[in-house]
Design a protein around this ligand. Sequence first.
Ligand SMILES: C[S@@+](CC[C@H](N)C(=O)[O-])C[C@H]1O[C@@H](n2cnc3c(N)ncnc32)[C@H](O)[C@@H]1O
Length: 208
Amino acid sequence: MNLLHYFFGSNKQRAKFIFDLIAPLYGSIDKSVQKGYAEIAKKLNSQIPLENFSILDIGTGTGGWLASIAKYSKMKKQGVDFSDKMIHQAKKNHPNLNFIKMDADDMKHFEDNSFDIVTASFVLHGMKAKERGVVLKEMARIANKYVMIQDFRNKTAPFVKVLEFLERSDYKNFKRNFEEEMQNFFNSIKIIECDNGNAVYVGKIDTK
Ligand SMILES: C[S@@+](CC[C@H](N)C(=O)[O-])C[C@H]1O[C@@H](n2cnc3c(N)ncnc32)[C@H](O)[C@@H]1O
């Protein structure tokens, strides 16, 4: 991946270039990211107890979200990301968790219904609606009980808007449309609002 991918590549190539580039910085702030996630993980666990649920985290980055929710679960936990550099940081920061490199739109490595919860934190807003649909479908295939998406919902802080601009993410459409997009995959949706304007969108898998 090089600078040409940022300017002339596909959405995915641009995202991969950026995330490879910022992985060391992300790794160094992993602890404070995790602190920020702690409250929402606690709230989530109080509404849907995680103890007996295995967890797969897509686009895990340096593992902050997975670590925040994993502490409530005694079952298996796995993080995946398409950036080698993010996976390297995640392994360094959370040696007790499992991480492997994988692209979110091609997860045939995992069988149907093989994790109780499949989650993604601040990943889907970076994709265009069509790719989001592909990834959500994969997540729903692998999940046995819930798909949980932690991401933008209400107000976005100005400095975050700058980052989203550089990433050329789809966060505005995401905020507008994502709840409806979830309805294409799940009959039952619950939105757990966070104090900072974000939310966890929870889709319940119908009993199979
Ligand atoms: C904004 S970071 C969020 C990291 C982590 N989930 C968190 O909340 O701290 C987005 C992560 O998603 C990963 N990612 C983006 N698109 C992906 C894809 N198609 N497949 C796998 N990982 C992807 C990036 O490499 C990056 O680590």
